[in-house]
Design a protein around this ligand. Structure first.
Ligand SMILES: Cc1cc2nc3c(=O)[nH]c(=O)nc-3n(C[C@H](O)[C@H](O)[C@H](O)COP(=O)(O)OP(=O)(O)OC[C@H]3O[C@@H](n4cnc5c(N)ncnc54)[C@H](O)[C@@H]3O)c2cc1C
Length: 392
């Protein structure tokens, strides 16, 4: 390839990367997305698979994030009904639960308000006679059970569908293509990538570093080094258990440490997660620790004593959180951007964010990049464009 081969180069084929590739292609630009291994091989296949506002983020007053996420949930329910569905969520409150019924009632009311008070945004209290139908939930010491609705998806399938949509809009998406270095010169960003054991070079007008947990490792190979954020990687483990949950998703507070834990129906089995453990080292090597597995098995035994808690499978993913003191739980889940310059940025790095908000994040990135890109004719609006089926 020669000078300015592509207008927008996206590095990373997780949900944020393919989201930006889709938005840039929809805006009419020439787009290339390079993924080191496979689409959704990183965090985007290891999430809790919820398309949600994030009820618990209300506790840390992330109201903007919750409102935006609820708006995105509605959009995804419209443009991807084959990939995202609204599911009943149950919150059991026990005598020893730290968040009492009134705290939860206040939180759920605010959540409904931020969700526009639509019918599906409202919550109810499950009447006591209906408790025995709750999939074998531990009823000892139970005071109240709340029921509301939120979204569930197959994260990897959603990510692949967004990548397919980007390709339909004209983006080139390459798997097995690892960026190994980049430098800036008079032509733009000269980027080297390895594909089929061969190193190739291309020139891009703007670059979006959407490599998730690898973001700062990639920046180490870029000159001049663009702005970066100091971040911490926090591992989260899920277990897949045999058994079924017929009623919906359960959102409980772990008795050990008051952390939120989900129990979800998943492809005929049950998923339970997650944990939070600081992680250093190669992001590709993240794996559940024995302590995490024991913790999740104990939480399962406590809430669903009838479920076989011997895991069929277990995996971990990495949250990218701003470096700060205190529990990971309270740190912002907003996506953070680092740009090489304040006006007309040409290199943007994305940190963190949510699966749910990939489309809004991509729109934000494109707004920042627009002044650095040539005028183009818009092909589609990602808020109304139906996503294709998961190409598998
Ligand atoms: C345990 C856990 C649970 C979560 N649950 C939810 C949830 O329920 N709902 C929700 O909305 N969000 C959730 N999230 C957040 C969500 O999963 C992430 O925000 C999202 O998946 C991050 O996507 P990404 O594209 O930034 O990163 P990734 O998906 O990690 O993608 C980065 C990609 O970059 C590639 N890459 C790396 N280096 C290079 C290179 N040099 N060249 C080319 N490619 C490269 C990698 O192979 C990888 O595919 C959760 C996160 C975790 C960790």
């Amino acid at each position: 390839m020669g000078a300015a081969d592509t207008e927008v180069l996206v590095i990373g084929g997780g949900v944020q990367g393919v989201g930006v590739a889709q938005a840039a292609a929809a805006a009419g630009h020439r787009v290339l997305c390079l993924e080191r291994t496979r689409i959704a091989a990183g965090t985007s296949s290891r999430s809790s698979k919820l398309i949600h506002g994030g009820l618990r983020y209300l506790e840390s007053f992330q109201l903007r994030l919750v409102r935006e996420s609820l708006r995105e949930r509605q959009i995804l329910l419209r443009i991807a009904p084959h990939l995202v569905e609204l599911v009943p969520f149950f919150i059991p409150v026990y005598h020893d639960t730290s968040r009492g019924p009134w705290t939860l009632r206040a939180g759920l009311s605010l959540y409904a308000l931020l969700g526009g008070l639509r019918q599906d945004a409202r919550f109810q209290v499950v009447p006591r006679p209906a408790w025995p139908s709750l999939d074998g939930l531990n009823l000892e010491g139970l005071r109240t059970v709340f029921r509301y609705h939120d979204g569930q998806t197959d994260d990897a399938a959603l990510c692949r569908a967004v990548a397919a949509s980007a390709a339909e809009l004209g983006a080139v998406v390459l798997e097995g293509a690892e960026v190994v270095g980049a430098n800036h010169d008079a032509d733009g960003w000269r980027v080297r990538y390895r594909i089929d054991a061969e190193v190739r070079e291309l020139v891009a007008r703007v670059v979006v570093n959407a490599t998730g947990p690898w973001a700062n490792r990639l920046l180490d190979r870029v000159t001049p080094s663009p702005a970066r954020r100091e971040v911490e990687l926090v591992g989260g483990t899920h277990l897949e258990l045999s058994g079924r949950l017929g009623q919906g998703i359960y959102y409980a507070e772990a008795p050990q440490d008051q952390r939120a834990v989900f129990f979800m129906p998943w492809k005929g089995h049950v998923l339970v997660g997650t944990t939070e453990a600081p992680y250093e080292g190669d992001p590709a090597a993240v794996a559940p620790t024995a302590e995490e597995v024991t913790y999740l098995r104990e939480v399962t035994r406590h809430f669903f004593p009838g479920l076989d808690n011997g895991p069929l499978d277990a995996w971990s993913g990495l949250r990218v959180l701003p470096k700060a003191e205190g529990r990971a739980f309270h740190r912002t889940r907003e996506v953070l951007l680092a740009e090489d310059r304040a006006t007309k940025p040409t290199f943007i790095t994305l940190y963190g964010g949510k699966l749910t908000g990939y489309r809004a994040t991509a729109a934000r990135v494109m707004r920042r990049l627009a002044p650095s890109l040539p005028a183009a004719e818009r092909k589609a609006d990602t808020a109304t464009l139906t996503l294709p089926a998961d190409p598998g």
